[in-house]
Design a protein around this ligand. Structure first.
Ligand SMILES: C[S@@+](CC[C@H](N)C(=O)[O-])C[C@H]1O[C@@H](n2cnc3c(N)ncnc32)[C@H](O)[C@@H]1O
Length: 512
């Protein structure tokens, strides 16, 4: 009795955050009962569904065929549980095998030792029966076993993918911080790229690095199975492998690729780094997409669409700096990206994957949607934008001042003390402005902590006010200090006769 005649259960592993996309994808491939779990999806179906998932899944890491689960507390119990499977249904003594084990919240904690135990159970069973045993091959074994021990229950699977499906086969060299291919595909799916591509929209990545987003975008738009380039899968050396079924699925995928290649819209990538462009070019060639994606060395400063292009998707994964200091250096890059989008890409969609959402705020564009994703261990945000004026906001210092003062006016509660401050300011203004104009001064002080509880320095030019708050000593209640600051900001435009946009505010320590 072989396994393929029965209804099969599978587990597809994925990066965290991609589970819901994977549920939909697997259902579209014919999976039944696809259910979201943490970092994966359980589903059922026949072997064809399992093979299709290996060939077509853009989001999964591994496709695991469920063999058995059993409670295990000790390594000996794990050994016995493993031996209850008839391994000669899966591999012969000439086959090679590898065992991978993950232990979580269980008595058995040492995953390498657990993997060793499972391997021993398999080879012992076959040796007892046939007198010889299969060998281990950790790189590309004929049969790959995956064991997950969770809360003292062992789940034993056959790994149909063999190695993670994000390795499509087109990328050898990485370039700086390349995105995993399945994460790139998820970014594009969330950004609605398949629909935009169907409508003939263009795809552009101004900081394309090794070109992962562009290549995944072309594979999606061209209806190209991401597994078609791979030569190795975990089922190819499996005893129950159905070579005819696999060949048929591959033939169908080849046919779809031939047709889909005609429909890949314009895809363009730029990067300031010539080495990245070389790597991207090689990856594009290896992916069989020669002539379908244009890449070129170009700085973000020169980023614009071809003049006749009216709609599409700008997708990018800019650097986001993990060390302190890098962050400040990167702010202008994000501001520039926002400016370019506002200047040249009205009517387009944009998607920015960043490990630092604060940098995203520098773009001066309000996101209309965002998703939490993980780039390996790094939590990331995918920000989605519609490039229309409704979502623009001004990041200039003047606009910042205006926002700050308007916010202060909303929350400040004015009292008698602030009235004293306003009166003093009015008196000073009259006096000092007269003197300044007599002396021909372009900038002069109108207030310097004249009332000790309002410890501000205010200087005026013809059109602007520079307000420095002397940092309150630690003995002053923080809440009270904040309240004074807001009161002052709230009254300044009227008291000084200066527009909120032109009131520049900062806080300084008294020593300075
Ligand atoms: C995180 S990497 C992108 C990785 C890419 N998604 C991949 O999968 O390979 C960021 C890229 O932005 C590029 N970059 C940084 N500043 C740039 C600028 N001003 N103009 C163009 N490219 C820039 C870097 O050279 C780098 O390749």
């Amino acid at each position: 009795m072989t396994i393929k005649n029965k209804g099969l259960n599978f587990f597809a592993t994925s990066p965290k955050g991609l589970e819901l996309l994977l549920v939909d994808e697997l259902k579209n491939l014919g999976a039944a009962e696809a259910n979201e779990k943490l970092a994966g999806v359980t589903f059922s179906g026949d072997l064809e569904v399992g093979y299709k998932a290996c060939l077509w899944s853009r989001f999964a890491n591994r496709i695991l065929l469920f063999l058995k689960s059993e409670p295990v507390v000790t390594p000996e119990e794990l050994y016995t549980a493993t031996q209850s499977i008839h391994w000669d249904e899966h591999l012969s003594t000439e086959s090679t095998l590898a065992v991978h084990c993950v232990c979580q919240q269980s008595e058995i904690t040492h995953s390498l030792f657990a993997a060793q135990k499972v391997k021993d159970a398999i080879v012992d069973q076959l040796r007892d029966k046939y007198g010889t045993r299969p060998n281990v091959d950790r790189e590309q074994p004929d049969v790959s076993i995956y064991v997950y021990i969770y809360r003292n229950e062992a789940f034993i699977y056959l790994d149909l993918s063999g190695e993670s499906l994000h390795r499509r086969g087109y990328r050898l060299a990485g370039g700086a911080a390349p995105l995993k291919e399945n994460l790139a595909a998820a970014v594009l799916q969330r950004a609605n790229w398949p629909e935009i591509a169907k409508a003939g929209g263009t795809l552009m990545d101004p900081m394309c690095g090794s070109g992962t987003l562009l290549i995944e975008g072309a594979l999606m738009a061209g209806d190209i199975a991401p597994g078609l380039l791979r030569e190795y899968f975990g089922f190819l050396g499996w005893k129950q492998h159905e070579a005819n079924l696999w060949q048929r699925l591959k033939d169908e995928a080849e046919l779809r690729r031939a047709q889909g290649m005609q429909h890949i819209p314009t895809i363009v990538g730029y990067d300031q780094n010539p080495d990245a462009i070389h790597i991207a070019f090689d990856n594009i060639e290896r992916a069989g997409l020669h002539g379908k994606i244009h890449v070129e060395k170009r700085d973000l400063m020169q980023f614009a669409p071809k003049s006749q292009v009216k709609h599409g998707l700008v997708v990018t994964n800019p650097p986001y700096g993990e060390r302190l200091g890098e962050l400040e250096m990167l702010q202008p890059l994000y501001t520039l990206l926002g400016e370019k989008l506002k200047e040249h890409f009205e009517g387009w969609q944009a998607a920015v994957l960043t490990g630092n959402p604060d940098l995203g705020k520098q773009m001066g564009l309000r996101a209309n949607h965002y998703y939490a994703l993980f780039n390996g261990p790094i939590p990331c945000k995918l920000l989605l934008f519609s490039i229309t004026r409704d979502y623009f906001f001004d990041r200039s210092p003047q606009a910042e001042n205006e926002r700050r003062i308007k916010a202060a006016q909303r929350v400040a509660q004015l009292d008698d003390n602030i009235q004293m401050f306003v009166n003093r300011l009015a008196k000073n203004l009259k006096h000092y402005s007269k003197r300044a104009s007599k002396q021909g001064l372009e900038r002069y002080t109108v207030y310097d902590a004249d009332l000790p509880e309002y410890a501000f320095l205010i200087e005026l030019t013809l059109t602007e006010a520079y307000v420095i708050e002397y940092q309150a000593p630690k003995s002053i209640d923080k809440q009270k200090a904040l309240q004074r600051q807001q009161q002052v900001l709230a009254v300044l435009p009227e008291a000084l006769g200066v527009s909120p946009r032109d009131i520049f505010f900062s806080v300084q320590s008294r020593k300075k």
